[in-house]
Design a protein around this ligand. Structure first.
Ligand SMILES: *Cc1c(COP(=O)(O)O)cnc(C)c1O
Length: 227
């Protein structure tokens, strides 16, 4: 299906005027769709599956910044470590240590976001407030163990619901956690990314302080299979 470039430009204008970066979520979508947006100027793309991402990265222009936004298993980090731009979905210490190890092997520093569980649904991944606190405490206490990662901020997904009051409440909570840790940083690594908002709720997310929205179906149309 052709991508609506006018719509893309309108959303880009809207989000960038409000200070938010936009990641185009291209999971399940073909290379041709990605290239249409790429040629319209989009450089940031988000994917959920390691194999799909690794395959697309090989075929696509090298200046695309690939964001990994799905659930990541430690044993798969090695497949994306050489090129991934930002991993949004770090939800445990073991995974973070594996990212550090694979980044070291590739002689790079990998930017990461800590994914926080903010929804009321049981199906979403992420750290609790307490786990977030523990993971940040560990990084702060043992910086030597994390020389090849940089924690850039937090990511969250609000409940999938028409109840905008609930969405807003969950987003306010993530913003509060983000602000709590906005002071932490290791040299050369700024904690400055609040990744929240998708097709259905990006407007609310920006109102609540998001500076990175992840938009899929609004740009590319409905996905063939649910994820
Ligand atoms: C699929 C996905 C998106 C994009 O969802 P849309 O509703 O299609 O915009 C954003 N973030 C994550 C983590 C996703 O898995």
């Amino acid at each position: 299906m052709p991508v609506d470039i006018e719509l893309y430009k309108n959303i880009l204008k809207e989000t960038s005027e409000k200070g938010a970066r936009m990641v185009a979520v291209s999971k399940t979508k073909p290379a041709s769709d990605i290239l249409e947006l790429y040629h319209a100027g989009q450089k940031d793309f988000g994917e959920n599956y390691v194999q799909e991402l690794a395959a697309k990265q090989q075929q696509m222009p090298p200046d695309i910044r690939w964001h990994f936004i799905g659930h990541l298993q430690s044993n798969k980090v090695k497949h994306i470590a050489s090129f991934v731009h930002l991993i949004h979905s770090v939800d445990n210490i073991r995974l973070l240590k594996e990212i550090d190890k694979q980044a070291a092997k590739n002689n790079r520093i990998i930017d990461c976001l800590l994914q926080v569980y903010i929804a009321t649904e049981e199906t979403k991944y992420g750290l609790s407030e307490k786990e977030l606190e523990e993971i940040i405490a560990d990084i702060t206490k043992n910086p030597g163990d994390y020389q090849h990662i940089c924690i850039r901020g937090v990511m969250g997904m609000a409940s999938f619901t028409a109840d905008t009051t609930l969405i807003r409440k969950e987003m306010k909570y993530l913003k509060e956690l983000y602000s709590r840790y906005a002071g932490i940083h290791t040299p050369g690594c700024r904690f400055s990314v609040l990744s929240m908002g998708m097709s259905a709720d990006y407007k609310i997310a920006i109102e609540e302080g998001s500076n990175l929205v992840r938009i899929g179906s609004l740009l590319f149309g409905k996905r063939e299979y649910a994820v």
